[in-house]
Design a protein around this ligand. Sequence first.
Ligand code: HEM
Length: 711
Amino acid sequence: MVCRNKSLPSEGYRWRSHRKIITPAFHFKILESFIDVFEKNCSILIKKFEQEVGKNSFDVYPYVTLLALDIICETALGTEVYAQTNAHSEYVESVKDMCRIIMERTFNPFLQNDFIYKLSSIYRREKKALKILHNLTLSVLQTKRKRLLSNGSLANQDECLGIKKKLAFLDLLLQATVDGKPLSDTDLREEVDTFMFEGHDTTASAISFILYMLSKHKDVQEKIIQELNMIYADDTSRSCNHADLLQMKYLEAVIKETLRLYPSVPLFARQATEDIIYENTLIPCGTRLSIFAFGIMRDPDLFPEPEKFDPDRFLYKTRNVQFPYAYIPFSAGPRNCIGQKFAMLEMKATISKILRVYEILPAEPVHELLLSPETTLKSANGIHVKIEKRKYALGTKINAQTNRHSEYVKSVKFMCELLMLRVFTPYLHSEFLFQFSSLYQKEKKALKVLHSMTESIIQQRTDDLKTKSPLVNDEDGIGIKKKLAFLDLLLKSKLEGSNLSDREIREEVDTFMFEGHDTVSSAISFTIHCLSKNPHVQEKILEEIRSICGFDRNYSFSYTDLQNMKYLEATIKEGLRLYPSVPIYGRTFAEDIEFDGILYPKGTIAIIFAYGMARDEKIFSEPEKFDPDRFLNYNTTNQYPYAYLPFSAGPRNCIGQKYAMLEIKFTLAKFLLNYEVLPAIPEQQPILVTEATLKSANGVNIRIKRRNFMT
Ligand code: HEM
């Protein structure tokens, strides 16, 4: 990089003493204090991205460059330049211009001659840009020097490092000495310039390529989201801290894999400082050697299937023992990138923050990169992606698992309990009497919480549907492309002319919410209970799961993976046979019906006892035995097609059965991959009660043991 050669001292002694000075500036305590700077500036980026939501394609690179510039100015100089909010300020324009000039000189042999260069108009541009850049650095420098002289220090002392919070790199350099003497203004300015250029263009290029790769690899993005969900379990909106960033192991692997394919510095140079014999060839002192990192990292001998984007290659193996210099996005040896830890933290903070708010999708039409090795690796036609706000039956997350005491979660629980109480308390059946009970007031309060949440989401989603481009994309032929919440489908049908009222929509959503959560949790709990007593079944499931995902405990199962889990499906069916979530339900005859010689008049209520039928030994031999195999070849065309009814049958059967099966499969597959289930001590038999769904009065108790992934 010309920039580096220009500003960094090339000779050994000077470089070494400077490197020694700047090394403490990258101490983890200092890096930790910069995380607030990353957070603050990423929040600006998140806001800026809003204008791109719903567009088919946009270039992320210009946004990310300004972000990286804001971050480096604040951390290196301790001064804000507001590049993101004022992208055309003199300072920002000068930085951009310097990058262009370096480029033009590098690729124009003519301009590499200093004499010719000084006669060119580019030289005059360079002088102008450098003047603006240096003026800022020098004026910050002078202010800081004055403060240092009058206070004796730039910040209050910290216990262990002599550094309090957020001291810019420049502050540290100002207090450093070489051979007992402080650094001159020119020395300091050169160091700061190096940071500024090395530290913003490289990270900007890396972050942009990472976003591009994520747009093309939905599965990878999902895995990162899972990792983030685990880290931010207690609060999804909180800012990140140093410990969070250190936990992002999968994201780190994604970053490393992107840097392998798209190293920010694709080529760098070294000069032999003595004669070297390499493979019987003499390389004389002074020879310039180019290291083509881009090529090395795509060598199939070093990285099998090198063109494949596979972050897993960095998950388990940290270093290629045979070829320790195979992976060199940050170079290697004493002159490697001193900022690599800083860069890794910055990239993790930025990508994780973006992904918590936006889903990254491929640009439309498809965008192919046109790589160009400028000062850093770039794409000549930009780095285009598409973004959507991340959304989660309502299209929003309520975080019940992590916030079980929220008003919403408490209200759902109360409404389930109330429903049961009313079913089993005859005097509460009467609406008239119920209205005089204290429960009625409580019901009103709970319903208010539930309805106001649903209504506000309905409002927000309607606005989104009206203002943004259509959410539905018919590309896959079934009319629904990506995660479209139930609510969106209803709203869309309303916008397209169906005469659903807001109230009807709300009632539909409420039905989904109630039918969709208690039934599934009952099924999962009882199936786990059965598994705790049947280790051989667990083993078979584990074998099936591992044939799909190996030993990757964070594996994100796709739809096809779930479809392929036939034995797990049989297990869930057997769990539902023994413990149907809805053990009993009713139908009212819409007309007179004669059955087995008896006339049942219209209006008769028939009770279907699904629980009893599924344990009838005429239908299921040894009915008390938990035996998933019976569902491996089970077909409903047998003698009793209506014997197995956990989801009911006929036109009013459960509309969510496929959804439920996917949810239960996904949950159990993830759970069993990570945990072994054992019977509780002392062993417990559930005391079955029929509330709105089948429950156990004494809970469903089990023990779990983390699986060992080394085997
Ligand atoms: C993804 C981000 C980054 C990548 C891929 C990267 C890569 C590199 C590479 C390959 C070199 C060596 C080049 C050569 O030998 O000619 C280097 C040097 C350097 N980098 Fe980075 N860099 C990144 C971010 C940063 C950041 C954020 C900073 C500062 C905050 C930084 C500061 C430096 C400095 C000061 C050097 C010169 C070190 C020396 O010569 O002693 N880099 N970088």
